[in-house]
Design a protein. Structure first.
Length: 343
């Protein structure tokens, strides 16, 4: 800064109000906290084929992901002056899930959002501590990737909060360290997933399809569902093949936005094991079909059930009919966009 000695103008170190040095030396000054809010979608698997158990403990899959309009939200608020390892987590009172289900969510370092924030902090030039407030709407342990959506939202929020400037592809690489569904929650839309589900290729799906989701009042552990699938196959003498691609009919129906064409292609290898662990799902699947759903399947590892509807009006009518039988039922559409900043 150049000195200005004429006319009583402020000079460096004078502490005069309005000078840069006034703010640097004022012990009461602190950088303001910043807040970024991000929304990320849950997903359903319109097609899901599972290969045999591999030596590394994983299964290769061939999946058709569809992001749907049931969202998680994460608000990240910086904590200036604190180290980047100071990460706290809370649940928003605006969460729509039952309190007893919300009580099962860990708010410590075991939550994926903490791991996601730490990954971005490891790249950022000047990260601070952060508070992460999660608004939960996607069923917990419901086969819809709610935890993965939280992690994806956190990656986007912390990237914006700390100005790391990561591309969506770089964020997806970080997300793959957290779980196979995280990269898709970042991408959104529709995609084919190969490998363990993290090798993603966008699928053309320009016209939204309409679904009705029926959550359960319990969760299913994904590893337990996979273990049961292996056990059922062993007992039946079934040797699964390595999946390399999803059926062409699935992609054609998504591209056309044709619910009638997609209906016969809906498939999930994990459905038998989910139903084996939770037999009540059989009745719910049958009820939805009897009420006019074009098709039905357990989403991912379950226990959320997805019913395919003809259009938006059909989805609303079907959700009302299922509610009349005592089910919680949500009409949604997809594909929708992946994780994005909303505030």
């Amino acid at each position: 800064m150049n000195k200005r000695g004429r006319g009583g103008a402020a000079t460096p170190g004078s502490g005069a109000p309005g000078s840069a040095d006034h703010f640097v030396t004022d012990p009461t000054w602190a950088p303001a906290a910043r807040r970024v809010k991000v929304r990320a979608p849950g997903k359903i698997n319109a097609y899901f084929q599972v290969g045999p158990l591999r030596a590394d403990g994983y299964h290769a899959v061939a999946s058709s992901y569809v992001a749907v309009s049931l969202y998680e939200e994460v608000a990240a608020t910086s904590r200036p002056g604190t180290p980047a390892t100071e990460i706290t987590v809370s649940l928003s009172p605006e969460s729509s899930l039952e309190p007893e289900l919300l009580a099962t969510i860990p708010l410590d370092a075991s939550n994926l959002v903490v791991r996601a924030a730490l990954l971005v902090a490891g790249i950022a030039e000047d990260p601070s501590g952060v508070h992460l407030e999660i608004t939960k709407h996607v069923p917990i342990a419901g086969g819809m990737g709610g935890g993965s959506a939280d992690a994806a939202a956190t990656l986007v929020a912390c990237d914006a909060l700390w100005h790391t400037g990561l591309s969506r592809e770089e964020l997806a690489q970080l997300g793959s360290e957290l779980g196979a569904d995280v990269p898709f929650a970042l991408m959104g839309g529709a995609a084919v997933g190969l490998g363990i589900g993290d090798e993603l290729s966008p699928a053309l799906a320009p016209t939204p399809l309409h679904w009705v989701l029926v959550p359960a009042d319990f969760g299913l552990s994904t590893p337990v569902v996979y273990d049961r699938l292996d056990a059922l196959r062993l007992a039946a003498g079934i040797t699964a093949s390595e999946p390399s691609q999803i059926k062409a009919g699935v992609l054609a129906a998504l591209r056309a936005g044709d619910a009638q064409a997609l209906a016969p292609w809906l498939h999930n290898d994990l459905q038998a094991s989910a139903v084996s662990l939770a037999p009540s799902l059989t009745q719910t699947l049958a009820e939805g079909k009897s009420l006019g759903a074009l098709a039905a399947l357990v989403s991912g590892s379950g226990p959320t059930i997805a019913f395919l509807a003809e259009d938006a009006d059909h989805a609303q009518a079907l959700s009302r009919a299922l509610a009349g039988l005592g089910h919680e039922a949500w009409a949604v559409q997809g594909p929708v966009h992946g994780a994005h900043i909303i505030a």
